[in-house]
Design a protein around this ligand. Structure first.
Ligand SMILES: Cc1ncc(COP(=O)(O)O)c(C=O)c1O
Length: 376
């Protein structure tokens, strides 16, 4: 029997339509987009067509889309690139809910002398906007608040944050890796997207910038991507990313309804069959593909390994740090104890999952719990 894959916040399988065409596109578009001959120009045309398409989806100018290798690169480019350009501004306001690819560049700047302030968060994982308003000063380099959290799915009121930042003339950056195509695109100065979270291959992403705000590139070289990301463009994966976005746009309502239905069914089944378990942030708006569950009596590592051996893939904490049994910084910031955090498992769905898989998973957990009761 096929495995059940509920770790789609970590990464998603590539759309078949893309996999089947990679070979063909690779053979056709081998020219370097910077070469002036026909082979190069053919690739250039494709690259710019992909950029135009993505810019239309984001309702921004083409030159505001910069292709990168992943969201980690996008996030580093934005944060360090701003710091280099605005050396007089030495304060950063950030939510404690960020992915490590935001937290660690910020920590790097803290080591260089930046004053970093972490916004308070309530028990549901919503950042405090009054504090944000109070903290922004002429010294603030940027405000960074993730749109949809990768562990709990909690969605922040990015429009309200954006309004505050605009009024205070402060740069606002939001990591939209998990929310892209699942929520409307927020009006922010900078955002980041990763291909492999939306059924494109790993190794491609982009950042959207406000073209009126200068940033220093992370990578210096041939000056590709408007001088902001040197290195020959990965035209094959840019095309794959564009096609993944295209498939999403064409099927958006169907995909979103399917995800919402999966999530609702999972939570209903969980409450019905396993009433002792807590769904994190159930009362606030969350992304349609992520559910975090605090198990009452089994730690997350044990649950993950037990489910794995029964053919079900799930994870805990951020995917990029899985394997490290450290309490999640996200749940700690909500006010959960380290012990509660270590009992939290993330289930994340994709459009390829089916209702029967949810039923099988809940049944498996029920049986597991019975087995554990016998053992201990
Ligand atoms: C919210 C968020 N930001 C950034 C990243 C990093 O993305 P990438 O793997 O493309 O570097 C991830 C990946 O887990 C994520 O979930």
């Amino acid at each position: 029997m096929d495995r059940i894959y509920f770790d789609n916040a970590a990464t998603t399988p590539i759309f078949n339509e893309i996999l089947e065409n990679l070979h063909k596109w690779g053979k056709e578009y081998y020219g370097n987009p910077s070469s002036i001959h026909s082979d190069g120009q053919k690739s250039r045309l494709l690259l710019e067509e992909c950029r135009r398409f993505i810019a239309q989806v984001l309702k921004c100018d083409e030159e505001e889309i910069i292709f990168t290798s992943c969201a980690t690169e996008s996030n580093n480019t934005i944060i360090k690139g701003l710091a280099e350009k605005f050396p007089d501004k030495n304060e950063i306001i950030v939510s404690p809910l960020e992915h490590k690819s935001v937290l660690n560049p910020v920590r790097y700047l803290a080591r260089k002398g930046y004053k970093v302030r972490f916004l308070p968060v309530d028990r549901n994982g919503i950042v405090d906007l009054d504090t944000l308003e109070k903290w922004i000063s002429p010294k603030t380099l940027l405000v960074a608040v993730i749109h949809g959290n990768n562990e709990t799915g909690v969605i922040q009121d990015i429009d309200a944050i954006s309004k505050i930042c605009k009024e205070k003339e402060c740069i606002f950056f939001s990591d939209t890796v998990q929310s892209f195509l699942k929520e409307s695109i927020p009006d922010v100065d900078f955002l980041s997207v990763s291909g492999h979270k939306i059924h494109a291959p790993k190794g491609i992403g982009f950042l959207k910038r406000n073209k009126d705000i200068d940033i220093e590139p992370l990578i210096h070289g041939g000056g590709q991507e408007f001088g902001l990301r040197s290195g020959t463009e990965n035209i094959l994966y840019v095309k794959a990313l564009k096609e993944a976005v295209n498939i999403w746009i064409d099927n958006k309502e169907k995909f979103l309804n399917h995800l919402k239905e999966l999530k609702k069914t999972f939570i209903d089944l969980l409450h019905q069959e396993l009433p002792g378990e807590e769904v994190v942030s159930e009362k606030v708006k969350t992304l349609p593909h992520i559910v975090s569950v605090i198990f009452e009596d089994i730690d997350a590592q044990t649950m993950i390994m037990a489910l794995n051996s029964r053919g079900i893939s799930v994870s805990s904490g951020s995917a990029c740090s899985s394997g490290t049994p450290k309490p999640s910084h996200v749940l700690l910031s909500y006010g959960y104890s380290p012990e509660e955090s270590l009992r939290t498992v993330r289930f994340s769905f994709s459009i390829f999952n089916r209702k029967e898989e949810l039923e099988k998973t809940i049944e498996t957990i029920k049986n597991l719990k019975k087995d554990f009761k016998l053992l201990f």
